[in-house]
Design a protein around this ligand. Structure first.
Ligand code: ZN
Ligand code: FE
Ligand code: FE
Ligand code: ZN
Length: 253
């Protein structure tokens, strides 16, 4: 099963979902052999997402399923605001992602200088403590780009697994799905999210997986998913999760 569950049609450009906007993404996915495409724009663009354009496109194709998701920026204390936002549309799945720590947008190139004021080991502990809270808050189906804190290549010395372990335990006990997100390959860290050793630990902890390109442009839809599936297979995975109306279904990888 080839799915791309992390696609931004609005990107950071805003605007509204229309058939004309979504069609090139869908056609790109079909061309890449993607069997399910899931639109998952950032929750800050929620106003631009409308279900009607998705619904009308769904009836048009028999060779691809079209899902509606949302990538929610998790921040401790945002839970009630998130609850209100996600109740507004019939989402198939919700991706919980961390994009800032105490409002510092650590994954954004404009704020990269912020790394210089951190001890990197301390920063990793902070990031993964927030990820643990994300996992335990019970609002999400999928964990987005699990180790995105490495985006600019800042890594503490030595084994990274101990930093992530408590969050991985929480993800496992909460029954969350982890996405293998290929956007990291296109970023300065030049590595898939999550890294191989973290993915291997996910497998040991029986954490299910799904796939996403994190495309913000139509040409990135389906990008490197063949590599991601191969990596999953090598890690031991034989299935991945798909979602409909927040119910999950296991499919053969
Ligand atoms: Zn984005
Ligand atoms: Fe994200
Ligand atoms: Fe994204
Ligand atoms: Zn993302």
């Amino acid at each position: 099963m080839n799915v791309d569950y992390h696609v931004h049609a609005l990107g950071h450009r805003g605007g509204q979902y229309t058939k004309e906007l979504l069609l090139p993404y869908i056609n790109r996915a079909r061309g890449q052999g993607v069997q399910e495409i899931g639109f998952s724009d950032h929750d800050e663009y929620l106003e631009g997402i409308n279900e009607e354009s998705i619904a009308s496109l769904r009836t048009r194709y028999t060779d691809i399923q079209i899902k509606l998701g949302l990538e929610v920026s998790y921040r401790p204390g945002r839970e009630e605001e998130i609850k209100a936002a996600i109740s507004r549309l019939p989402f198939d799945y919700l991706i919980g992602s961390i994009h800032d720590l105490d409002l510092w947008m650590f994954d954004h190139p404009d704020y990269r200088s912020g790394y210089s004021s951190w001890d990197i080991a301390e920063l990793y502990r902070k990031y993964y403590s927030v990820l643990e809270r994300l996992a335990l808050c019970g609002l999400f189906d999928i964990v987005g780009h699990l180790d995105v804190i490495k985006v600019f290549g800042y890594r503490p010395e030595g084994d990274l697994l101990p930093f992530a372990e408590p969050a991985l335990q929480a993800i496992s006990s909460a029954g969350l799905v982890v996405e293998v997100n290929t956007a990291g390959l296109r970023k300065p860290c030049a590595e898939i999210y999550p890294a191989k050793e973290l993915l291997a630990r996910c497998f040991e902890l029986n954490i299910p997986v799904t796939l996403g390109s994190d495309a913000h442009l139509q040409n990135d839809v389906g990008r490197d998913l063949a590599y991601a599936r191969e990596l999953l297979f090598q890690t031991g995975y034989r299935s991945l999760m798909t979602f409909s109306q927040r119910r999950r279904c296991s499919s053969l990888l």
